[in-house]
Design a protein around this ligand. Structure first.
Ligand SMILES: Cc1ncc(COP(=O)(O)O)c(C=O)c1O
Length: 403
């Protein structure tokens, strides 16, 4: 029997020695010398933005996820906005999404003047529950906006069936799920449009950045225009009118990704497989280490799904503990384990409460999960020692507060 279970060590929150000396963040980018060199090469080139690296990155990304087209954006949020625009969302329309996400997923519907409608999640994966979605479909519904929470693919078969029946467009927010697989298909090649984020805690980091993948040429064309002020520059017209010729054909934005960021993205993309391998190894290590810990529920993996493990969210069985989630959270932080919580359900943010009158009790599965969620550190450059520290701290704290 280990020393851990036989002797009670004082928790750091009570003045004891923390499990580790420095804070282990919940997520972190990994930038190698090769990444740095690729950015330096662009800085020495003729192009800082919208040069050859953007197209190169888009092509490589589309090939990696198995989509015909990939259109880059300056952030995942901008990419979501582009997808909402390309889907034709407009005032009077509704798009059904999950409350268990970052606010940007629902906000992109608002950017278009349309209305986000929430539906509750399934209790195992915390992804949109197709049955709850079905109950929210009205003649105004135009799109479904599932999120692959924590990197586990949404129930795409169920949602696509609904979309087919009701003529809806599926925009999958795969900000967590680059590299995930669903029924032997790669995320990015399944929904009408799939959105990715390249924020530093994601699988591929460009600082800020995002991408929309699609197999539809019309969506790709609209997305390209939308991210560039709504400008169309037709090669044939340029030949007849002159090389200076362009036309603004819709109201777009400057949502362009730079060549600097695209070079970093290309370099990071080469390491995606190794990154995913390591994240899956860490997830398996956690699952193994915590299998006998009765006071937590581990993240579920449905058969046919291969998650990308952006996050590792555990749920506390609060009835088996003498303290609440925020106390466990503070105790883990005191041990220098940089846990986080994903997510405060979107409908409970003051903006949504005030604008739509949403309140507690409307989405009970998401709300109950939120009360007990803690995201443990999960990033590909975590060492085995880092993982060991997380396991040690979680065991130490949960044994201490076990009822
Ligand atoms: C589910 C989800 N959607 C959208 C976004 C927005 O992405 P970005 O930060 O690249 O704008 C995030 C970012 O964290 C996210 O987690």
């Amino acid at each position: 029997m280990s020393v851990l279970t036989t002797t009670r060590r004082a928790l750091a929150i009570d003045g004891g020695t923390p499990v580790r000396k420095t804070l282990l963040p919940y997520g972190h980018q990994s930038i190698g010398e090769d990444d740095i060199q690729s950015v330096v090469d662009v800085l020495r080139s003729d192009w800082l933005t919208t040069g050859p690296k953007v197209a190169e990155f888009e092509e490589a990304f589309a090939a990696r996820v198995g989509a015909k087209y990939a259109v880059s954006f300056s952030s995942g949020t901008a990419a979501l906005h582009g997808a909402a625009f390309a889907a034709g969302l407009k005032p009077g329309d509704e798009a059904i999404t999950t409350p268990m996400t970052f606010a940007a997923t629902a906000n992109c519907v608002l950017y278009q003047g349309a209305t986000p409608i929430f539906a509750d999640v399934s209790s195992d994966t915390l992804n949109l529950d197709p049955e709850k979605v079905a109950a929210k479909i009205t003649p105004r519904t135009r799109a479904l906006l599932p999120v692959d929470y924590a990197g586990h693919p949404a129930d795409l078969a169920g949602l696509q069936e609904l979309a087919r029946r009701h003529h809806l467009i599926v925009i999958e927010d795969a900000s967590h799920a680059l590299g995930a697989e669903y029924r032997n298909r790669r995320v990015g090649s399944i929904a009408d449009m799939t959105v990715f984020s390249f924020h530093p805690v994601k699988h591929l980091a460009t600082g800020e950045g995002g991408m929309v993948t699609t197999d539809r040429a019309d969506f790709a064309e609209t997305l390209r225009r939308f991210r560039n002020h709504g400008i169309s520059s037709d090669a044939r017209q340029r030949q007849t009118e002159g090389q200076w010729h362009y036309e603004m054909v819709l109201l777009g934005f400057n949502y362009r990704l730079t060549d600097i960021a695209s070079a970093l993205g290309l370099s990071q993309l080469k390491k995606l497989d190794e990154n995913l391998r390591r994240r899956r190894e860490i997830a398996a290590g956690y699952a193994d280490a915590f299998q006998d810990l009765g006071s937590i529920t581990l993240p579920a993996v449905r058969s046919g799904s291969r998650p990308a493990w952006h996050l590792y969210p555990i749920r506390l069985k609060l009835e088996k503990l003498s303290v609440d989630r925020s106390h466990v959270f503070r105790a883990l932080r005191a041990e220098n384990i940089g846990v986080n919580v994903h997510y405060i359900p979107v409908h409970l943010h003051p903006y949504y409460r005030e604008r739509f009158g949403t309140r507690n009790g409307e989405y009970p599965v998401a709300e109950k999960a939120y009360e007990s969620l803690i995201s443990l550190p999960m990033f590909h450059s975590m060492t085995d020692q880092d993982v060991g520290h997380v396991v040690e701290a979680v065991n130490k704290i949960l044994q201490h507060y076990a009822r």
